[in-house]
Design a protein around this ligand. Structure first.
Ligand SMILES: [Zn+2]
Length: 554
């Protein structure tokens, strides 16, 4: 039976977890999706670049006759659009919408995977109907242009989807948050506000991005060499700030790195970047200008392998070198997990006697894009909902959010903790907690881009920590006996007594295989036995590497 008196909300990522944002609103047989982001990983997951939302719930729902009526992208950050190429092929067709820059970035990403213009552009005054849902957009300031919060009207009540935002009253692009629109929505009545809570532990207001322009100005004033600035490639307004200051100090601008060139092209096409053609130079032309007349906007703020900045720092670029007296500004905080690589990049650059400016020594070059306590309180006052549901933060930030809601008169039971994949069922009278959908992490392999299972990650962790032992064992195919002492190959591990290990293993295996005086058919048995016996001996001498048995039938 289809239930028509409730709307369910399920987070498939992005609650209790900062990244891989994806939410589903369900009414009757209709599903509305918001965002489709990737998660970032740290060094504990070797060989893995990213994680993506777990869509088991959506697949099950489709099997039960539910239909996705559409997807809205709130803004163009990777943790909100990055999983599109991985997730879309697994789902049926449905329309996708985003604001101008969001749609441009998402379409650019999908184009690499052969899909053209799947994401449709909306303007902030649009209201779109998707099945029984209707979605309106409010412009919000964040650390990317064209970020949106959403009002989702449903037959049982209105939801405010407040993904990433802060209230920046002096935004670089001159387009502030649409506060009056949000206040009007609040008057219309909101059942639940889903709110970004990443900054819930920080007091006061988050700072305006405009502050960075002054910091750039200070650096440009003192620098006599070339200046390099790196940031997130989606941060077009940060590039605009650099361009503005470069113009003042008469520096030509050179873009380096594929993602930065793309950002420039998108920025120009949407008229979000004001870069006169005569101000721009190509890498080959840099030599023709005095160092004090050059600004290089370069990709690589996260020290990504093969990024422009990494290549330049290793003297691999044909045209550009970092030399004594140059300044390199990291105008982006490290994404958790990238710190080690970034630190080593900073070291490499420092060795060239360049001045490196990064967040540990100067917090003048990055401000948070997420609202602090006062921003969050302002949104709460404007939307004035019956219930609150913190999203986009870790568990402790959800708790901090509940504390600030309590200060504003909300009862603890009015603040909903929707742990990942737990169904929250809203009715006109309140809410209840439903079932949880399966939600183990889904990993994407660094090389192949394929999604991989948890056990592969465990294998990789084992290899990284303990190394690998390959055991080549010859078995007589006629009677299943051990033919000779196994050959033991070590990688990433040393054994104090390699010979003794081989002898012990030969002894144990000889015994284990002596009882099978028959033709060999079950290779699985031999592989398992070799693995288990070897692991036992290794464990006794204090090792736990990954054991790979290779059985040769002779
Ligand atoms: Zn964001």
């Amino acid at each position: 039976m289809v239930v028509m008196d409730s709307v369910s909300f399920i987070s498939l990522g992005g609650v209790g977890d900062v990244t891989k944002n994806m939410s589903a609103y369900i009414f009757g047989n209709e599903i509305l999706l918001v965002d489709c982001g990737i998660g970032f990983v740290d060094g504990s997951m070797p060989g893995v670049d990213l994680t993506i939302p777990n869509i088991t719930y959506l697949k099950q729902a489709a099997a039960n006759g539910k239909k996705i009526v559409g997807m809205i992208l709130s803004h163009g950050h990777e943790d909100h659009i990055g999983a599109l190429p991985f997730i879309l092929p697994m789902l049926s067709q449905f329309p996708i919408f985003g604001s101008a820059l969001t749609a441009a970035l998402a379409n650019d990403k999908l184009a690499e995977f052969g899909e053209k213009n799947r994401v449709q552009t909306v303007v902030f005054n649009d209201t779109i109907k998707l099945g029984s849902f209707s979605v309106s957009f409010a412009r919000m300031t964040h650390s990317i242009i064209d970020a949106a919060n959403l009002l989702i009207r449903t037959p049982i009540g209105n939801f405010y989807h407040g993904s990433d935002f802060k209230f920046d009253f002096t935004p670089v692009d001159g387009k502030p948050s649409e506060i009056r629109k949000i206040a009007k929505w609040g008057e219309e009545g909101i059942l639940c506000t889903m709110s970004d809570c990443l900054g819930a532990e920080k007091r006061g207001h988050s700072e305006s991005e405009i502050k960075i322009t002054e910091s750039f100005d200070d650096e440009f004033k003192r620098s006599r060499g070339k200046i390099f600035i790196t940031t997130y490639s989606s941060n077009i307004s940060r590039m605009n700030q650099a361009i503005e200051v470069a113009r003042k100090y008469n520096r030509k601008i050179c873009f380096m790195g594929r993602s930065f060139l793309k950002a420039r092209d998108i920025g120009r096409k949407l008229k979000y970047m004001d870069l006169p053609v005569k101000m721009e130079i190509r890498p080959q032309e840099i030599k023709r200008f005095p160092p004090s007349n050059v600004l290089i906007l370069v990709a690589g703020s996260q020290a990504q392998i093969e990024s422009g900045l990494v290549r330049i720092s290793e003297d691999q670029d044909r045209d550009i070198r970092i030399t004594r007296g140059d300044t390199v500004i990291f105008s982006a905080d490290p994404i958790p997990g990238n710190e080690v690589n970034i630190n080593s990049l900073i070291d490499t650059i420092s060795k060239k006697e360049a001045r490196v400016v990064y967040s540990d020594i100067a917090d003048d070059f990055h401000v948070s894009g997420h609202g602090s306590q006062n921003d969050l309180k302002l949104l709460l006052s404007l939307t004035n909902p019956r219930f609150l549901l913190p999203i986009g933060g870790t568990y402790r930030q959800m708790v901090a959010y509940r504390d600030l809601a309590r200060d504003m008169g909300y009862m603890d039971e009015e603040v909903i903790f929707a742990d990942q994949a737990k169904e929250i069922i809203f009715t006109q009278n309140g809410f209840r907690v439903g079932k949880s959908a399966p939600s183990p992490n889904v990993y994407v392999d660094q090389i192949s881009g394929e999604t991989i299972e948890k056990y592969i990650i465990l294998d990789r962790q084992k290899i990284a920590k303990e190394g690998v032992i390959i055991i080549v064992t010859e078995i007589d195919s006629q009677n299943g006996r051990l033919l000779s002492s196994p050959e033991v190959i070590l990688r990433g591990i040393t054994l104090v007594d390699h010979k003794k290990f081989t002898q012990d293993l030969a002894g144990v295996l000889g015994k284990a295989f002596s009882r099978r005086a028959e033709k060999v058919t079950n290779w699985q048995f031999f592989r398992k036995t070799v693995q288990q016996k070897a692991e036992k001996i290794l464990f006794d001498i204090g090792h736990a590497p990954l054991v790979i048995p290779v059985i040769l039938e002779v």
